[in-house]
Design a protein around this ligand. Structure first.
Ligand code: TXA
Ligand code: MG
Length: 338
């Protein structure tokens, strides 16, 4: 298949929308990561997403909308707390899971009776959805298992020849996927941390449950509420090792390993103390910058031909929880304490 490269001109956004409406696959920019979009009401198109990505057949997709009213076709019931969260955080990097309506094909939800909904803040994404006139099912636009794409170029590397078109928009501002919260059940439950933080959510709707799988590997036979948690994720070609230590121990350890194929993923303040190539999260304590730089730098490490990425453990509060959640998965949950 010949993959068209589209810009964000009005004509090209209309082209992207038409491809989606007519049952094709089109990569679109969002503020979190790039998405691989298809018409959520078109079962065949949705199935093609799974083939293009090599995605597990039991891992459901998020449905994206451009205006709140579009939700009524997709869900059965909207709890009061979800209305409060939508009011505060939509459009934005928050996904909420509801009981699904009969109109949502099983291909989207992999047979589950719930559906995940998000209204992105990216104006390009919302314009495409609005012009398409249908809700857009979209997982991250990468081959499953790899690092999620935060530039159009990342998507091209993975999906050229496998999709109808790629919209070349800006680099993703947030840099990691949306916060996912299950709104079905007695209490809302955080399934995936993101840029909208646990603290911000609890400020709006009170205490929520934090799924144990966010910071821990799944135990054998553990019941999985979000199938995505089961799979290997965010792995670059290089081996990622997380180092949890004070400054001096980190410098000594990294410098003892030489420079060959070694890349340090560290804070700005660490660079002058290290002898190998460095990629940085930004300033220490700036989790927003760490989120924006994490996937970008994991891609970069591969481009540099790194074989070992030595990542400093970031803080786990606020947006840091999302950074650590992704980093743990990239490292197969291995943390070296020094
Ligand atoms: O920021 C994002 O959320 C990006 C952009 C493109 O919007 N999308 C994204 O999609 O990250 P994906 O497919 O890579 O991650 C969706 C996650 C998966 O872990 C999946 O298992 C979970 O959401 N999920 C989707 N529907 C669900 C449902 N009905 N119940 C539980 N988990 C669900
Ligand atoms: Mg993904």
């Amino acid at each position: 298949m010949d993959t068209k490269i589209l810009t964000t001109s009005k004509t090209d956004l209309e082209n992207a929308a038409r491809i989606i409406r007519d049952g094709g696959l089109c990569v679109i920019p969002t503020e979190t990561v790039y998405g691989l979009g298809a018409n959520a009401f078109n079962e065949t198109a949705v199935k093609n997403i799974f083939t293009a990505k090599g995605r597990a057949q039991d891992n459901p997709l998020i449905v994206h909308i451009s205006k709140f009213d579009e939700i009524y076709d997709l869900v059965k019931d909207i709890p009061q707390k979800a209305l409060a969260l939508a009011d505060k955080f939509w459009p934005g990097p928050l996904t909420m899971i509801f009981k699904k309506s009969d109109k949502v094909p099983d291909a989207v939800t992999c047979g589950m009776d719930t559906v995940a909904i998000r209204m992105p803040s990216s104006s390009v994404a919302r314009e495409i959805i609005s012009l398409a006139g249908v809700p857009v099912a979209a997982p991250s636009a990468n081959i499953s298992g790899g690092v999620s794409p935060v530039t159009a170029e990342h998507c091209k590397q993975d999906l050229d020849g496998r999709v109808d078109a790629i919209v070349f928009g800006e680099n993703c501002e947030v840099g990691l996927e949306s916060t996912v919260i299950l709104m079905v059940g007695e209490k809302p439950r955080l399934l995936r941390p993101g840029f909208v933080t646990l603290e911000e959510i609890e400020k709006e709707i009170g205490e929520i449950i934090v799924d144990k799988a966010i910071l821990n590997p799944l135990e054998k036979d553990q019941k999985v509420l979000s199938p995505g948690l089961k799979y290997k994720h965010y792995s670059p070609s290089a081996k990622v090792q997380i180092i949890d230590s004070d400054d001096e121990s980190y410098y000594n350890y990294v410098n003892s390993l030489g420079k060959d194929g070694v890349v340090a993923l560290c804070f700005d303040e660490d660079v002058e103390k290290l002898s190998c190539d460095c990629l940085t999260y930004g300033k220490k304590g700036d989790s927003t910058s760490a989120a924006a730089n994490l996937f970008y730098n994991l891609h970069k490490a591969d481009e540099m031909g790194a074989t070992l990425v030595l990542a400093r453990m970031p803080e786990t509060d606020g947006v840091g929880l999302a950074v650590v959640n992704r980093l743990l998965r990239a490292a197969g949950f291995e943390v070296k304490k020094l």
